[in-house]
Design a protein around this ligand. Structure first.
Ligand code: GAR
Length: 193
């Protein structure tokens, strides 16, 4: 494998809306020599996102984008991505659906992590729905973003067993721990095949 230095790594932006634990794991990964990505920009739709603390801690540029007008918000994001020469976007708990236009206008790769074994349980409340259906397994998926919600090409998945006493909260915690490992693995898979 070729040695990657800061200057030839893929300039990446992570989009978050909340806690940012996946952002934290991606930042830690990006600091490893083997990482093909370098995180240069954090975008959020939520001024109060807890994950913004990581921008401060790791001294990464951040942009808070008001989504009251989605069209305008997406234009502002595209402008920022171009300005910062971003080639890869990682959605990490970003709770907005990007428009077809955005996906068409951004020329780089867009990835997402979703807390279910797609194509099962697209959208919200995945853990509650998997428990209600008495599934034996759930898990997480990293996939390319397409214009249909949670439907782009799957890169990697990790199965997690659902125990009979699992609550949505317990299951979410178990799956989140796996997400933190899966996202970096998926990035390695697509950029260092
Ligand atoms: C993660 O479980 C992620 O898979 C999920 O939100 C959580 C964010 O946690 N994303 C979605 O549900 C997107 N449809 P984090 O902010 O601690 O990374």
């Amino acid at each position: 494998m070729a040695l990657l230095t800061g200057s030839n790594k893929i300039k990446t932006s992570v989009f978050i809306s909340g806690n940012g634990s996946n952002l934290k794991s991606l930042i830690k990964f990006s600091k490893q020599r083997k990482s093909p990505i370098l995180i240069q920009l954090i975008i959020t739709d939520n001024l109060y996102a807890k994950g913004l603390n990581y921008a401060k801690h790791y001294k990464i540029k951040k942009k808070i984008i008001d989504f009251k007008n989605k069209n305008l918000a997406e234009k502002k994001i595209i402008f920022e991505l171009k300005k910062n020469k971003i080639d890869c976007v990682c959605l990490a708990g970003f709770m907005r659906i990007l428009s077809k236009n955005f996906i068409k206008n951004f020329k780089g790769k867009i990835l997402n992590i979703h807390p279910s074994l797609l194509p099962k349980y697209k959208g919200l409340n995945t853990h509650q729905r998997a428990i209600n259906k008495k599934e034996k397994f759930s898990g997480c998926t990293v996939h390319f973003v397409s214009s249909k919600l949670d439907s782009g090409k799957i890169i990697l998945q990790k199965k997690v067993r659902i125990k009979s006493n699992d609550t949505p909260k317990k299951l979410a915690k178990k799956i989140l721990a796996q997400e933190h490992k899966l996202y970096p693995k998926a990035i390695l898979k697509i950029f260092n095949p």
